[in-house]
Design a protein around this ligand. Structure first.
Ligand SMILES: [Zn+2]
Length: 318
């Protein structure tokens, strides 16, 4: 029988294309990681791959010297965190999956099930740009756009576990169609996926990603137009969110935030111009890149296992 480490936890971030699992040490460092395909398209039971990854991770932790104290698993979609049930997640084909009970039976460990964007908000509150703030907003800008409202360190889940779907705010009421069935949604214009699709649809070279389009914006008028629409639409959405919530700051994460000043400067300018009578909140870049949700899962795992989570636990080290 392997003794529990008392302190090491497992964290799994289930995405539409890949799943990332890590073993976190007591001090918040990642000791070991695995990335595997989500295999959501092959007709197999979509939960099988998640269970296999969790078991693998547990076995790896034991091989590293000690059984883990708990596990946190985060997914996209509608997630009832208190019941540990993924109610609906289209891109991983989960519907009413009691994931918490399943993983607990498989591993015999304390389990926390979370929502990926809200877990990222937990990571920002403990160890990132939202540390020490009563209230902030986190928007991961990726394939789509979500927002997490964090109040006193706790992400707001909403009445039906659906808060934060701001990607479908209709910013341009007669605008271009969105996959959700509405028109003019924020993420049609301002998500990484939306920027790439718009550029191709308006006659640009197909297959260019948002990063290349951002780079081309200095020389290519179409890239400039698409990029300007993205930053303007995002700034307008953030003005609306600021008026509703008065956040202490807004943290932008996900791949698109890597564009740095090219994104932040025009978004700040739109936000400032749209909030004529009040000062805009600070606009900050996430410290975590794509790993915020996984760090959030590790924090949830520590809490589920009854372990303390010190300030700045898991923060990036210089
Ligand atoms: Zn939409």
């Amino acid at each position: 029988m392997t003794p529990p480490s008392e302190s090491r936890v497992l964290a799994v971030d289930v995405g539409g294309t890949t799943m990332k699992g890590s073993v976190f040490d007591e001090d918040g460092r990642v000791r070991h990681s695995i990335v595997v395909p989500s295999t959501a398209d092959d007709g197999e039971d979509p939960v099988k791959a998640v269970r296999a990854l969790c078991r693998q991770l547990r076995d790896d932790a034991i091989e590293l010297g000690a059984a883990p104290a708990g596990i946190g698993v985060v997914t996209p979609g509608i997630v009832d965190e208190s019941a540990g049930v993924v109610k609906y997640a289209a891109n991983i084909r989960f519907r009413e999956v009691p994931l918490g009970a399943i993983i607990r039976d498989d591993l015999g460990l304390p389990v926390a099930i979370g929502h990926d964007a809200r877990a990222a908000g937990v990571a920002e509150a403990v160890a990132g740009a939202g540390r020490g703030l009563d209230n902030f907003l986190l928007l991961p800008l990726g394939t789509g756009i979500a927002a997490t409202v964090v109040l006193n360190g706790v992400p707001v889940p909403g009445a039906a576990w659906s808060a934060g779907e701001v990607g479908h705010m209709p910013i341009h009421p007669d605008g271009e169609p969105c996959s959700c069935g509405q028109r003019g949604c924020l993420e049609v214009y301002a998500s990484a996926g939306g920027i790439a699709r718009r550029y191709a649809r308006l006659g640009g070279a197909p297959g260019l990603d948002s990063e290349s389009i951002a780079r081309a914006a200095t020389v290519d008028p179409l890239a400039r137009r698409v990029w300007d629409a993205a930053t303007h639409t995002l700034g307008t959405a953030l003005a609306t969110l600021t008026l509703a919530l008065d956040p202490a700051c807004i943290v932008l994460g996900g791949g698109l935030a890597e564009a740095g000043a090219q994104l932040f400067d025009p978004v700040r300018e739109t936000l400032r111009a749209a909030l004529a009578w009040r000062s805009p909140p600070a606009l900050l870049r996430s410290d975590f890149g794509a790993r915020a949700a996984q760090l959030g899962a590790a924090i949830l795992a520590r809490r589920a296992a009854g372990l303390a989570v010190p300030d700045s636990w898991g923060a990036p080290r210089p």
